[in-house]
Ligand binder design. Structure first.
Ligand code: C2E
Ligand code: MG
Ligand code: MG
Ligand code: MG
Length: 294
């Protein structure tokens, strides 16, 4: 043990790591340019009320179509944007784009709410202008009522800088913007956060939903999460519902809302307008009564 501790540590890079680093730097450069030139667009995924089939809101999801790399997953570039200090301008672009699209939907009589994902670095930033002010200004600029917007945060954000984060979240909540806890169950969740933070709704992570029918322990976990949320009087969203069986299971437990490919993939704005006008959600109204008999 002592021998190992005393050994000199050489930092060297394998050829693979060099390639990785170069790719990473290249990606960062690309991202920087993309932020300047707004090479992004948003897609919107409907969230359905499991009790009556209504579309209650849509979640804005960013897409980056790079001329060289093609469409890059936000899971790949959001962490890079955070580390490279690009999440603040990018986050502001997302906010304005989403709210301007929401205003347009409202003007067409399509009255729904919208969710925006907010990363930790964006919320607790180092700039003179706080995220709270940015949010408040954006709402008034696009004439959107605060109750029609909510933000999604993750547990990791609550851990990083808890006092500052809490303060920001409290003021956002005061403004009337609800806060949803995303990817629930995947972080190091000290459950006390649920009552200490101004969280209104919990989103169960897709990874639990994926195996709910073939993994009894995931099914038990979901049951426990539903019961916990009910006793805290917090509505639940199930993320990543892909099959009717998953829908039925979550519905039978009394889960409130559902989001997933079964109902709709993330849609471009024109696709969303079409989806809303076709009133497709009624097919889930039909599902509901059968289910309560199960
Ligand atoms: P998230 O916020 O948990 O978003 C849900 C993700 O699950 C989305 O992936 C969505 O397309 C995907 N999804 C929904 N239903 C299904 C399903 O039935 N099957 C499958 N296979 N996937 C489903 P997406 O758009 O790739 O986003 C991944 C993550 O990137 C998001 O997870 C979020 O953490 C982050 N992200 C996306 N857009 C933004 C953004 O505008 N800002 C920030 N800060 N993060 C974002
Ligand atoms: Mg989300
Ligand atoms: Mg999620
Ligand atoms: Mg996620």
């Amino acid at each position: 043990q002592a021998k190992r501790d005393g050994r000199a540590h050489y930092q060297y890079f394998s050829p693979e790591m060099n390639v990785e680093m170069l790719e990473r730097m290249h990606l960062e450069q690309r991202l920087r340019r993309a932020v300047k030139q707004s090479e992004f667009y948003l897609e919107y995924q409907p969230v359905i009320d499991m009790r009556n089939g209504a579309i209650i809101s849509v979640e804005a999801l960013i897409r980056w179509n790079d001329p060289e790399f093609g469409v890059i997953s936000p899971q790949a570039f959001i962490p890079i944007a955070e580390e490279a200090g690009l999440i603040e301008p990018l986050g502001e672009w997302i906010l304005h784009q989403a709210l301007s699209d929401l205003a347009e939907l409202h003007s067409q009589g399509l009255m729904l709410k919208m969710a925006i994902n907010v990363s930790g670095r964006q919320c607790i930033n180092s700039k003179d202008v706080s995220f709270y002010d940015i949010l408040k200004d954006a709402l008034s600029k696009h004439a959107i009522c605060a109750k029609d917007l909510h933000i999604e945060i993750t547990e990791s954000m609550l851990i990083e800088d808890k006092p500052r984060c809490l303060q920001t979240l409290e003021s956002i909540k005061q403004l009337g913007v609800d806060i949803y806890l995303d990817d629930f169950g995947t972080g190091y969740s000290a459950l006390s956060y649920l009552t200490q933070c101004p969280i209104s709704v919990i989103k169960i992570d897709k990874s639990f939903i994926d195996n709910v029918l073939n993994n009894p322990s995931d099914a038990k976990l979901i049951k426990a999460i539903v019961m916990m949320a009910q006793s805290l009087e917090m509505p639940l969203v199930a993320e990543g519902i892909e099959t009717v069986e998953q829908w039925q299971f979550l519905h039978s437990l009394g889960c409130d809302y559902a989001q997933g490919y079964l109902m709709s993939r993330p849609l471009t704005k024109p696709q969303l307008v079409e989806f809303l006008q076709q009133a497709k959600p009624f097919q889930y109204l039909k599902l509901a009564p059968e289910l309560s008999a199960v």
